[in-house]
Design a protein around this ligand. Sequence first.
Ligand code: GLC
Length: 652
Amino acid sequence: MKPNCRILFSCQKSSFFGFQSVKCHHSLVNHCNSSKFCLNFEHNCQFQATPFRILGFRRVSDDSHIAFRVPMWSFGQSRIISRSYSDGRCRDVSIIASVASKKRVSENNFERIYVQGGVNVKPLVVERIDKDEDIVGAEDKIEAGDEKVSQVDLNEAKAVRLRREQSDNEKEAWKLLRDAVVSYCGSPVGTMAANDPNDKQPLNYDQVFIRDFVPSALAFLLKGEGEIVRNFLLHTLQLQLGKTVDCYSPGQGLMPASFKVRTVPLDGNKIEEVLDPDFGESAIGRVAPVDSGLWWIILLRAYGKITGDYALQERVDVQTGLKMILNLCLTDGFDMFPSLLVTDGSCMIDRRMGIHGHPLEIQALFYSALRCSREMLAVNDGSKNLVRAINNRLSALSFHIREYYWVDMKKINEIYRYKTEEYSTDAINKFNIYPEQIPSWLMDWIPEEGGYLIGNLQPAHMDFRFFTLGNLWSIISSLGTPKQNEAILNLIEAKWDDLVGHMPLKICYPALEYEEWRITTGSDPKNTPWSYHNGGSWPTLLWQFTLACVKMGRSDVARKAVALAEKRLPADHWPEYYDTKTGKFIGKQSRLYQTWTIAGFLASKMLVENPEMASLLFWEEDYELLEICVCALSKSGRKKCSRGAAKSQILV
Ligand code: GLC
């Protein structure tokens, strides 16, 4: 039988007496009976490609009720979305778990699954969030780090926020952010990366990037607008289907870097809307979007925390999607370390910049996503091994980063005096770092107070560059120890002119120059010294800086940075990035009206004014995790095992 494959996620609009009607369906069809056959089918689809993405699936069941996206492994939850056929037409059918408990999904909930038609049908669980009293039960508390913030407090915080008059800059930013909203089948699903009407060559900047949408999502959530975020989370979940690139299928669970809503003309005055994801197969350099799935998890938790709509994360399809990402990240490989091994350009820096291996940014996002997942995963027989794996990984990862990535003056002096070629489990210089590797700029630059986590660690290699995003997320997620987190902020303050200058904040410091630039970037003309990813200044980093400052009780520092940004961003038309050592000029190839610049500014303003809301987005030290690691070390005879011991170790 010839496979019949159709375009993923389509939606038809037709005009009838001036009224527009929208009919949506996931038109992803194949008819195959064995997984072997379907594997071939994936490749066939790729080769028969229409201008749009076509995907194959591994298994499909009967004609009248076709299951798709059946995971290759079993979680005890197989079908998550299905389609039904009536009158020969394919119709969307979402399976939504109706969860009695607002906290967790149990296997028994399968008996209580509702089947609803149409992707735009508002599930029952959503309707409940419109009413305040239903957000969280009166006695329910939301955890904010160590503290408990009651829903009543949050409502008060909202009222405070609404009372303040918005500045003209904020009003303009809100208008621009709303103009950047992308709709699919009549509903908002994301924001495009940049929306400059004068840009004749938008490349892929007219797409919704997963990582770029996060500050937009936070701005909307903090303003009390959850719908766009909910739609984004659910629609991107549908895109997490696996993909074939040159006959190779990357792991299932990979989230795309971005997606675009395309319009396809159909017969009979109709058009079809299609969600067309890019997993890196079109991206410049074919980079893998490793951070997308991690951001998706972080956003899913933020959505629950801020709206109180925990039912979304409890849905069976959402739980399955979450597990698919986690399984992809936690799969065993040849690794010796708990950190994630990735290729160059797999995160915000999505071009060759010498960050392959174990870059800090990915480790910090990985750690944050694991902490989120630990809170959100339904614990049952099908997930208990995964939960155990998450806990073990969290404690091993924090130990690894805290011990081996940390540098301050004392540590650099230690490295400076390292002996090399030590062969033993007791080696001090475990990675065989030659002291000559310490760059001369670092000897002069490192302040007496403060320190930071280095960019990357490999055998015989430490990348001493300061990468801002990774350091900020180490503070936010408590990947670093409380003292280290404090010291990172101290360093940013001490090195304000270098890391903030005229525009917060440098993506990394310092820039690669001369021969190093040529070899490391491959002579990339976009990443010339002090431009773009190579030491450029990115205003979108402001919201994460604000969050880190609020967490550390340093809102004053965040305010200083926000004020600096506000002085220039509106006048400069909200650029993507700035160039030069101090961030003086708008970037050479910088887009204007860059959405995550605009949204990052708005989110920063709201976070700094509402620390109690901000506290929903960060984590405090978790002693249970430390204990796991200290106990594991004690078994190998290296440390004493107890929570007290955990607290007194280097780990704290
Ligand atoms: C650039 C950035 C990347 C961002 C994209 C869209 O490629 O490096 O981080 O997601 O633009 O704004």
